[in-house]
Write a protein that binds this ligand. Structure first.
Ligand SMILES: Nc1ncnc2c1ncn2[C@@H]1O[C@H](COP(=O)(O)OP(=O)(O)OP(=O)(O)O)[C@@H](O)[C@H]1O
Ligand SMILES: [Mg+2]
Length: 257
């Protein structure tokens, strides 16, 4: 049940809906994407009314759901080609190859998705949602369950989307994710938006204890990245290849070497 959910997302910006399990994030996304009807209120997506012009709304967005919707039996490339064909694009192969490059999946392109890691699936899932260049993208918890490197990769993708002019609405349970990505953040709690603003505006609202929590999180992440390596993406031998000394060294010490 949602009440008092009222927000605007500026074109070409990233808007984060932040909330814990059961807060109503997926419900909001389902309403925005015409999968669920709101019993009250009005919703516009890309200037179209969700209730009155559902077809126009559906042409305006792509959705990456909370759980990856990729086909395990197909290769990454085949998944992309399939969606490009479904959308009647002219050169499905070329579209697929461009996206594979953009999402650093070229090397894995001809492997069955069943062999992909969670992060690779997520990237493929997001890549699929970009086919046809929709003006609006909904991402429901794009990084839940991903390791820190894969999260950083998804973050990079979302930032790129915004740079390309796409309007992104994402949901997340992570404070630091909203902080990293969003131009505006709304906190959804028990079906109600209790705060909505820019990070600076929210910072001024949050009690100091919460701010301290935000500052603590990256410290552990710093340690993690220092030990595992910041660019561990797709590098299956990343840790094994490092010498013991390397593993212990902080990034700063490494720089000095
Ligand atoms: N189809 C449904 N019928 C009845 N209640 C539902 C239905 N779907 C969700 N709910 C309830 O609505 C509330 C919000 O659920 P929702 O899935 O939107 O949360 P969420 O913020 O996406 O949570 P999570 O982080 O776990 O994905 C929950 O209390 C849930 O039990
Ligand atoms: Mg959800």
């Amino acid at each position: 049940m949602l009440r008092g959910v009222d927000f605007d997302v500026e074109r070409g910006s990233v808007f984060a809906l932040l909330g814990s399990n059961g807060a109503g994030k997926t419900t909001v996304i389902r309403i925005l994407s015409t999968l669920l009807k709101a019993d009250a209120g009005t919703v516009d997506v890309n200037g179209f009314d969700v209730a009155a012009q559902p077809a126009k709304v559906r042409e305006s967005f792509n959705l990456t759901g909370q759980f990856a919707a990729v086909d395990e039996i197909l290769t990454g490339r085949e998944n992309l080609v399939l969606v490009a064909k479904l959308r009647h694009l002219k050169n499905p192969g070329a579209v697929a190859d461009t996206l594979l490059r953009r999402f650093a999946l070229t090397d894995a392109a001809t492997r069955k998705v069943a062999t992909y890691s969670g992060g690779m699936r997520r990237r493929l899932d997001i890549a699929m949602s970009l086919i046809g260049n929709p003006p609006v993208i909904f991402l429901d918890e794009p990084t839940t369950g991903l390791d820190p490197q894969a999260r950083v990769e998804v973050w990079r993708t979302v930032k790129e989307l915004a740079e390309y002019g796409t309007t992104v609405l994402l949901t997340t349970q992570y404070l630091d994710e909203a902080e990293e990505l969003a131009d505006r953040i709304a906190i959804l709690h028990k079906g109600r938006i209790i705060v909505n603003g820019t990070l600076d505006e929210l910072r001024r609202l949050l009690p100091p204890a919460k701010v301290e929590y935000v500052e603590k999180q990256p410290t552990l992440e710093d340690v993690f990245f220092a030990v595992v390596g910041e660019n561990g993406k797709n590098d299956e031998n990343g840790i094994a290849d490092q010498s013991d000394e390397d593993r212990k060294a902080t990034p700063k010490e490494k720089e000095e070497r």
